[in-house]
Design a protein around this ligand. Structure first.
Ligand code: NAD
Length: 289
């Protein structure tokens, strides 16, 4: 298949490399000067998209997606598919879906989870929104870049699923970290705390699979000096998107809002930038009531 790929950063580059390694003819474009194994480079996004059966974008935010999408939609052949794998606001995803459909294209919003490791290993999870036909056209490529996919509904539903999931994750990680800090102050051993909670009703992915306490539970960024992993900055981005969506949908999300405020303070005032999002534990450890 002839594929255009725009946005070859930490995530996009290994995803594009996996598509090329699987035998697809991939032409890429990034504003930065990058090269990716097996991927031919174009001089602009429209050049990468022209004549492609599928164009994939993996970009930083909704404003950039809107600009790039306008440029590539203009040159894409009717019947081709545009897949956006970035994490962006739901409104941008819905608007780009509409523009693509007006131009006779199939569109899928397909944000991912799994991080850089998932992108390199081809083990991402895709949360997809779009028509059945659009989703079906993207499935063979999701199969190469990922391990799991869920068709969540119409255009925008993938982004909705992603930010709802990450709102739960942000709030749960904070709850797990503050509980560890309380346990410390109560003289409870961290390993015992893990043994109880990971098999009791307080269990969660944050506790069981990504334990924020060093030396406890499975290997996680806590065991590596809190190097990401999943950076606190990216968590803050997703929490902001969830609050933006909650505002536009008139949903009451106080836990998500507080999680967003705490991550904003952590990053902007407490040296949390560039650390893993589980580094909330040392933050709570240092604090009193
Ligand atoms: P990144 O900053 O490494 O990559 C983005 C790339 O887009 C950069 O190389 C940049 O030069 C390029 N770019 C920016 N504007 C452009 C334009 N107008 N035209 C062409 N290229 C342009 O970011 P990333 O970590 O690869 O993340 C990409 C997306 O995936 C984001 O939306 C992020 O939220 C999401 N995401 C990231 C992770 C992660 O762990 N890194 C996990 C899940 C989802």
């Amino acid at each position: 298949m002839k594929i255009g790929f725009v946005g070859l950063g930490n995530m996009g580059a290994p995803m594009a490399a996996n598509l090329a390694a699987a035998g697809h003819q991939v032409t890429g474009f990034d504003m930065a000067d990058v090269s990716v194994d097996g991927v031919g480079m174009a001089g602009s996004a429209p050049e990468a998209a022209a004549g492609a059966e599928v164009v994939i974008t993996m970009l930083p935010n909704g404003a950039i997606l809107r600009d790039v999408a306008a440029d590539v939609i203009a040159v894409m052949t009717p019947g081709a598919t545009l897949i956006d794998c970035s994490t962006v606001d739901v409104d941008s995803a819905k608007d780009v879906a509409q523009e693509a459909e007006k131009a006779g294209l199939l569109f899928v919003d397909a944000p991912v989870s799994g991080g850089i490791g998932g992108a390199s290993g081809g083990t991402l999870t895709f949360m997809a929104g779009g028509t059945d036909a659009a989703f079906a056209s993207a499935v063979p490529l999701f199969d190469i870049m990922g391990q799991k996919m869920v068709h969540c509904g119409v255009g925008g539903a993938g982004q909705a699923a992603k930010i709802c999931n990450n709102m739960i994750l942000g709030a749960t990680m904070i709850a797990t970290c503050e509980a560890f800090a309380l346990a410390d102050k109560l003289g409870l051993d961290r390993q015992k705390m893990f043994d109880v909670v990971s098999t009791s009703s307080g269990y969660s992915w944050s506790m069981n699979a990504y334990c924020p306490a060093p030396g406890v539970g499975p290997d996680s960024p806590a065991d590596n000096g809190y190097l990401p992993g999943f950076a606190a900055d990216l968590m803050l981005k997703d929490l902001r998107l969830s609050q933006q969506a909650a505002e536009s949908a008139d949903a009451d999300t106080p836990m998500g809002e507080l999680a967003m405020q705490l991550y904003a303070e952590f990053i902007e005032q407490e040296d949390g930038a560039g650390k893993d999002f589980s580094a909330m534990l040392p933050r709570f450890e240092r604090r009193g009531r």
